[in-house]
Design a protein around this ligand. Structure first.
Ligand code: URA
Length: 181
């Protein structure tokens, strides 16, 4: 870890530091096939200290395995906001901008050829999309030296049922065409 990122576990740059249990930095190899970026930790992640270890994470990595052919162990997994917002509310603009430099540090460290952003908040923060995820999902974009895509957040798939899962599967099949190209 570089010097700055070593300070992430004790970050107090925004008010979420007052209510979180743990900073959820991210996990996975530093030379992954895919970097997966969600919105913010939920309750399971706040307790466990790892991103996407709850229900939505299980669905997400099942879909990635089935459609992209990658295991979680081949992915670096993180969030645009590293601390749990109370009651899982959407992070505020201040929280997003306070946390964004940490993600930039992680982009320097984790040289992934592919990036997948999940849901509106991550898609906007990572790719700068102005439109909502309904318009931007499945679009291939260039990002630094690599490429990226946004799809729906798996929590939306858990709420929205099979139709959202089907859209995610279709997006992930597009992502698969970019793996190791
Ligand atoms: N939702 C997210 O966006 N990230 C997590 O780590 C867990 C749930």
């Amino acid at each position: 870890m570089n010097r700055d990122l070593a300070e992430l576990p004790t970050c107090t740059r925004c008010v979420l530091s007052q209510t979180r249990q743990r900073v959820v930095v991210g996990s996975g190899p530093l030379n992954p096939a895919l970097m997966v970026i969600g919105e913010a930790p939920g309750r399971d992640e706040d307790e466990g200290g790892e991103p996407f270890i709850g229900r939505s994470g299980r669905l997400l990595f099942q879909l990635i395995q089935e459609e992209v052919g990658l295991a979680r162990a081949q992915c670096f997994v993180t969030n645009v906001v590293k601390c749990r917002p109370p009651a899982n509310r959407t992070p505020t603009r201040d929280e997003l901008s306070a946390c964004r430099p940490w993600l930039s540090e992680q982009f320097q460290l984790v040289r992934s050829p592919l990036v997948l952003a999940l849901g509106n908040t991550a898609a906007r923060s990572v790719f700068g999309f102005e439109q909502g995820i309904g318009m931007t999902h499945g679009r291939i974009v260039t990002l630094g030296g690599g490429r990226g895509m946004a799809t729906y957040h798996p929590a939306a798939a858990l709420r929205g049922g099979p139709s959202v899962v089907d859209v995610m599967r279709a997006d992930l099949r597009i992502l698969k065409t970019l793996v190791a190209q």
